[in-house]
Design a protein around this ligand. Structure first.
Ligand code: MN
Length: 392
């Protein structure tokens, strides 16, 4: 039902932004800056980039910040007169600040799990860009979301699209979710070409401009695999009802088919601004200054089936999701280490899926794991994968 004159909660949202100097973090701060009556900042965290963080502190006046790097944190302490925490414990402190009501988690990797869970337990709402959180610990996170009646809003073009398509619908009426994938830079490569691609080739994404780790995940299609697992948790939908379709133009961000065969899609130019802003403004919509979609300029929308033999990471993600328990945590941990090794030119591109497969094959699944079990498997898998790579 279309609702005119809805009375929205007028309260301003106060954000803690984890990963504020990265791609999602800086875009989130732009949205804060453009909507000073909607959002303000309580806390920020960065990995190592204290120069940019210092500028953000001057502009957005958070009450506290955290830097992962201890030495950098000490350097920053001398330059500012607010609380400066360090390490993952510092990041967790920023995620549970009393004055923050919403935590934007744009960390990279499974390091994002603990700040998410601790924030939910403290009654915060989450705007989640950190994919590895739900991939690694989806069962635990969703249980905490229910227990604490938290809002978990996705910051990802696909999940934002799905959210907008199912808004006001009953999830029981959904036949299937269709997640679109750009296909990445190697969509048309042969197997031989794939063996020889470099980190530089892989970092050259055709439609999206993102951080290094996620760009490699996009090139292997692991990113799409992660999105399948996230969709499973976010929308409580079985894996055989989640389909991936390659759509190189990245204009349709995802689709939902209902039981009456009606298909609803969400469209827009490829930009993370909308998914970020919508995650923060929901149920409101706010104006957004960006280039608008013009269908006559797009002309052509095309679709293909993903090649699971060449992009086996996507297949392994479905496998890990279906196997359940601790297997998705292993998929993610092995991928994190393999991607890092590839970015450092230690392994070849096609070693990434090989290494992940080996880790999964040697893992004995633990069902219904608690948070500590998941974090231990994450740590052990990362250590073992590093050892395997050193042997290569
Ligand atoms: Mn995405």
């Amino acid at each position: 039902m279309f609702n005119f004159g809805v009375v929205y909660n007028k309260k301003m949202k106060t954000l803690s932004i984890l990963g504020s100097t990265g791609s999602i973090g800086t875009q989130t701060l732009e949205i804060v800056k453009n909507n000073p009556n909607e959002f303000k900042v309580a806390g920020l965290t960065a990995n190592t980039n204290i120069d940019l963080l210092k500028k953000q502190i001057d502009e957005f006046k958070p009450e506290a910040v955290a830097i992962m790097d201890k030495e950098k944190a000490d350097l920053l302490k001398e330059q500012v007169n607010i609380e400066v925490y360090s390490g993952i414990e510092g990041v967790v402190r920023i995620s549970v600040l009393d004055n923050a009501d919403t935590v934007v988690n744009s960390l990279v990797g499974s390091i994002g799990v603990r700040p998410t869970v601790e924030a939910i337990r403290k009654g915060k709402n989450i705007a989640l860009a950190n994919k590895e959180t739900l991939v690694t610990a989806g069962s635990v996170v969703m249980e905490e979301v229910k227990k604490n009646n938290a809002d978990l809003m996705p910051i990802d073009s696909e999940h934002s699209a799905i959210f907008q398509c199912v808004n006001g619908e009953d999830i029981i009426d959904v036949n299937k979710i269709i997640i679109t994938a750009s296909g990445g830079p190697f969509k048309s490569n042969s197997k031989e070409q794939m063996e020889n691609v470099t980190a530089k080739d892989a970092l050259n994404h055709p439609t999206w401009n993102m951080g290094n780790k996620i760009t490699i995940d996009s090139a292997t299609l692991m990113n799409k695999g992660f999105e399948v697992i996230e969709a499973h948790w976010l929308y409580g939908i079985k894996y055989d009802k989640i389909e991936v379709v390659v759509h190189p133009q990245s204009i349709i961000h995802s689709l939902v088919e209902f039981k009456d065969n009606s298909v609803i899609a969400q469209l827009g130019l490829p930009s993370m601004k909308l998914p970020i802003q919508y995650a923060l403004s929901y149920p409101k919509r706010l104006k957004l200054n960006m280039k608008k979609l013009n269908l006559l300029e797009v002309k052509n929308l095309s679709f293909e089936e993903p090649n699971l033999d060449l992009f086996s990471c996507l297949r392994y993600a479905y496998d890990a999701g279906n196997l359940g328990g601790t297997m998705p945590a292993v998929l993610n941990a092995a991928n994190e280490i393999a991607v890092e090794a590839f970015l450092n030119n230690k392994i070849k591109f096609m070693d990434i899926p090989r290494i992940i497969k080996e880790s999964m094959d040697s893992h004995k699944i633990i069902n219904n794991p608690d948070l500590n079990t998941i974090l231990k498997i994450d740590k052990d898998t990362k250590e073992n994968t590093k050892k395997e790579i050193d042997k290569l």
